[in-house]
Write a protein that binds this ligand. Structure first.
Ligand SMILES: *[C@@H]1O[C@H](CO)[C@@H](O)[C@H](O)[C@H]1NC(C)=O
Ligand SMILES: *[C@@H]1O[C@H](CO)[C@@H](O)[C@H](O)[C@H]1NC(C)=O
Ligand SMILES: *[C@@H]1O[C@H](CO)[C@@H](O)[C@H](O)[C@H]1NC(C)=O
Ligand SMILES: *[C@@H]1O[C@H](CO)[C@@H](O)[C@H](O)[C@H]1NC(C)=O
Ligand SMILES: *[C@@H]1O[C@H](CO)[C@@H](O)[C@H](O)[C@H]1NC(C)=O
Length: 630
């Protein structure tokens, strides 16, 4: 063998040829699908890819002089990813685009069939992922899609990837059931913070339970056991009774058509008229065929401590419309036995299937707390869902606060009760992402002695997503705007904070909320500005501190307590979730710092020195009271 030839042989052996410029062209084409790719501006097609990757090809990972991976993390990249050019790079094995601002649907990654690891977490990808998206990606070991806004079902093709051992889907909007993965030793597994439902497949029963948190509808090991284990025969019974019920309904409907009854409700909710009522008490045994709801036309009763009535009676009752908002329509009906009930009719409540709806109702039926309005009965219709509760006679916190006025003791009593009710909800619904979700002054009802009673709680799992987003107060929080459209348990704390500030300032949060205006457009921001910049009592309700209207009896306030409450409210309204108080801490502070004393007169006389008017407010406030603001 001649020498030059040998030399060439060795050269080839130890210095494999640099990938052709075709690969460089592919990468440049990939880059051009991104926006704000300044971090990749050193990509230069006249320099071989792996010669000096750090200097000329930011983000390239090379192995043995060959392109192995792309690691484009934290680069501020935007736009919609086109991975087709990457399919032309035969040696590419790992792709990471984590922590950027990428948008649009899931990139069609099965084109890069040889990938071993794919990291797309912490972007703004959205939409459904096709069930076949991972078809044929047999080498894939790691898949991270966490904290995007993917929705729809978890793609079924993932189940076929036997080598997959890292799967991070947390913090998305995935819905439906978890597909049945084969048992294996997962290195990383996370489904938390989605909208998944149904039993957890048995292959996961030894997994860490934190992998499943924050999905309202998941059950089974490692979470709490599933409730209704439907047996085949009960399905059969269900089918038969449903058929029978349909027949009865048809006949009834005919009668109804021929001789319309006296109706005070909108006839739209009377598309079926049942004869029976059913008991859905918390003590129902698992296989009780009644709990499977054989007919869809009966009122389900959730409590044994309330009198029964049937839907027909409800529909015939004298009813007045209390409100008909876009969130729900609300009627008051007085039954023949004199019982006054409130019926809420929801149109956009189809997020959960019937079984799930029923089991959520049973969950609500088990709740019992002096500061929660119990759901007495419910009705599941195809389009309409009705929730029936007792009528609370004394109006809502909103009406009292903004119309009739409330004295300081009552305001404290209300805040304490709200905090207790909320903390009970959080304790009882630990798997719910937002246990209340709709805390606001018009949903805090007051009974005769001004005990607050929370209503409209725990409905988020049932409501259509877009409906919930538009109407529930949880989604008016900065969390929803700032954190990839997510909410969390601390969103309820935010709502509590806003409620506290509303109670202190007498200002309606709605007037400060300019949706779409981004951050700092809410009551909390206003309070923050006033307190920081002016340091005055202007922030407090005029009625409360006796300015303006000269209401003597409402002017009894306690400056120390008000400042403490202001501090609590502001700590609950901390924008940064990490710094925001947890509910436990907020409730502790409320219990500790506020004195709920029923006997107004006696109480006030011992606090005479705190009575004040606005002119000497500043003088009575020691400056270090504000130290929490620094
Ligand atoms: C690419 O690299 C070559 C050689 O180092 C250099 O002359 C050229 O200016 C570079 N082009 C860009 C666009 O940076
Ligand atoms: C663009 O990228 C830079 C870093 O390369 C980043 O600092 C900046 O925030 C990004 N801009 C946008 C709008 O994402
Ligand atoms: C994410 O995308 C949605 C639209 O799909 C947009 O409204 C939102 O502002 C984006 N969020 C971020 C953080 O880029
Ligand atoms: C579950 O996962 C969390 C978070 O990764 C970890 O802190 C905890 O130790 C794990 N628990 C068990 C029992 O493995
Ligand atoms: C899953 O993700 C959630 C939210 O990021 C986290 O709290 C939890 O610890 C994670 N669990 C595991 C097992 O990593």
């Amino acid at each position: 063998m001649p020498k030059p030839c040998l030399f060439l042989f060795f050269f080839l052996l130890f210095n494999p040829p640099p990938p052709t410029s075709a690969a460089a062209e592919s990468l440049l084409r990939f880059r051009s699908s991104l926006t704000n790719a300044t971090a990749l501006s050193n990509w230069n097609s006249s320099v071989p890819l792996c010669a000096d990757a750090r200097r000329y090809w930011a983000g390239l990972i090379c192995k043995n002089g060959q392109l192995y991976g792309l690691r484009l993390e934290h680069m501020g990249l935007g736009g919609t990813v086109d991975v087709a050019p990457l399919a032309e790079l035969p040696t590419l094995r790992t792709l990471s685009l984590m922590n950027n601002g990428l948008q649009g649907p899931m990139p069609d990654v099965k084109q890069i069939g040889a990938l071993r690891a794919l990291y797309l977490s912490d972007n703004n990808f959205s939409g459904w992922i096709s069930g076949e998206e991972f078809e044929g990606m047999g080498n894939l070991k790691k898949l991270y899609l966490g904290r995007n806004r993917f929705s729809g079902e978890i793609p079924a093709s993932l189940v076929k990837l036997k080598g997959l051992v890292d799967l991070g889907l947390e913090g998305n909007l995935f819905a439906g059931r978890i597909p049945d993965f084969e048992e294996r030793d997962w290195k990383y597994l996370n489904f938390s913070g989605n909208r998944l439902v149904g039993p957890i497949p048995s292959g996961f029963k030894n997994s860490n339970f934190t992998s499943f948190f924050g999905n309202n509808g998941l059950c089974g090991e490692p979470l709490a056991p599933c409730k209704s284990s439907t047996k085949n025969w009960s399905i059969l019974i269900g089918v038969f009774s449903a058929a029978a019920a349909a027949l009865i309904l048809f006949i009834l409907l005919l009668c109804c058509f021929l001789r319309p009854p006296k109706l005070f409700f909108s006839p739209k909710i009377l598309f079926r008229r049942p004869e029976k009522t059913h008991q859905y008490s918390s003590t129902d045994s698992e296989d009780n065929s009644k709990t499977n709801g054989p007919t869809g036309s009966a009122l389900g009763f959730l409590r044994t401590d309330q009198p029964r009535f049937d839907l027909q009676e409800l529909l015939r009752a004298q009813a007045i419309v209390l409100g008909s908002g876009s969130f729900a329509s609300c009627y008051k009906a007085v039954l023949s036995n004199g019982l006054a009930v409130v019926v809420k009719r929801f149109r956009q409540m189809n997020a959960a299937g019937k079984d799930e709806f029923y089991s959520h109702m049973r969950r609500l039926g088990r709740l019992s707390h002096p500061n929660l309005l119990p759901v007495v009965a419910f009705y599941y219709g195809k389009d309409d869902k009705l929730l029936v509760s007792k009528f609370v006679p004394n109006g809502s916190l909103a009406t009292h606060l903004h119309n009739t006025g409330l004295n300081w003791r009552r305001r404290i009593k209300i805040i304490k009760g709200v905090a207790r009710g909320l903390s009970y909800l959080h304790k009882e619904l630990p798997n719910s992402s937002v246990p209340h979700g709709h805390l606001k002054s018009s949903n805090v009802l007051l009974d005769q002695d001004f005990t607050p009673i929370l209503s409209d709680y725990a409905l988020f799992p049932l409501l259509q997503e877009s409906h919930a987003y538009h109407h529930m107060s949880a989604f008016k929080s900065p969390d929803f705007a700032a954190y990839h459209d997510r909410t969390s348990k601390s969103t309820d704390v935010w709502s509590l904070g806003i409620l506290i500030l509303e109670i202190l300032t007498g200002k309606s949060p709605a007037n400060y909320l300019h949706q779409g205006n981004g951050a700092n457009a809410d009551l909390a921001a206003w309070v923050d500005t006033v307190v920081r910049e002016e340091w005055t009592a202007e922030v407090f309700d005029n009625d409360l501190v006796g300015r303006g209207r000269g209401k003597e009896e409402d002017g009894r306030w306690d400056c120390g307590e008000m400042l403490k409450l202001l501090q609590i409210g502001m700590c609950c309204c901390e924008r940064d979730i990490g710094k925001r108080w947890g509910l436990k801490q907020a409730v502790e502070k409320i219990e500790l710092n506020l004195n709920e004393d029923e006997d107004d007169d006696e109480y006030y006389s011992s606090y005479g020195s705190f009575y004040s008017n606005s002119s000497n407010f500043k003088a009575t406030v020691p400056e270090d009271e504000f130290s929490f603001l620094s």
